[in-house]
Write a protein that binds this ligand. Sequence first.
Ligand SMILES: [Zn+2]
Length: 336
Amino acid sequence: VNVDIHAHVLPRSALDAYASRRPWHGFDVSRTDSGHVLLQSEARTMRLESSTFYWDRGAERVELMDSWGLDVQVLSVSPVMLGYDLAVEQAVGLCSSINNDIAQMVQEWPGRFAGLATLPLQSPDHAARELVRAMEELGAVGAQVGTHVNGVNWDSAELFPVLEAAEATGALLFVHPAEVRMRGMLPGYHLRNTLGNPTETAVAIASLIYGRALDRFPSLRVCFAHGGGVIPWLAGRMEHANRVRDDARLPSGRSFADYLASLYFDSITHSPEALGYLVDAVGADRVLLGTDFPADMGQTRPVEWVKSLDSCDSAAVQAIAGGNAVDLLGLRARTP
Ligand SMILES: [Zn+2]
């Protein structure tokens, strides 16, 4: 079974709102001249500009998955829709719709999709409740969360109720960069994505480790987008700081590499060498195939790509392509 842990979707209630020209949780849904999705409110615009594929309701997606040898996609919304800056009430309604829509899509195509919930993290209590609802009533396998919540990092105790709920329900947290804080120092050239996103992800990983979240919630399972960003490459430097600096001492005497190997990472590195390095650093049982579908920065034909890697033997390929996700998420193979 081949599983894509990192795939984005536009909720169908947004598509319905577009079709019937009704607002969707305070946003007008429109289609740009180039075919992209635009969600606009007075205060804010969400632009899904990297693909026109978001208009598909599932049929074309399944066709493409078949041609790529993908059995299952684990669906999350485009991270521009995380909406942590919205008023709590608006965010609660938005997340609830998104989660219901994804659950419906999972039901409609048995065995082909699994769902990651979206949480109103600007209110950690609401977020924890919505995570429990998604896991227990909607059959979600986890939630997609941002690398930070309006500037609050994952070492902050105010977010711990969410980690606690994730541990208690067995939810996988999939951490994805959204609002890139270093944007102001980047001169364009899509560096917001190519440099900013992997740096955001590294900050989230370091915050989670230094904030003792992994010591406090030992059964917590967290997967990071884009191969963990820049942090696998910096693990030696982090470990050196752990040894020589009091302010960079890791909790509980564990090494940085040890903490890193207790996390999960998707395979989206766009480099066989980088993926081989990640697998060497954390183990083939910690890496999950991802595409970032349908983003233009994603990996096409992912199964073929992973199989072509010299750095992975056939057992590692099988684990990365789906075995790890099946174990982690309790997915069942679809009946033919
Ligand atoms: Zn993504």
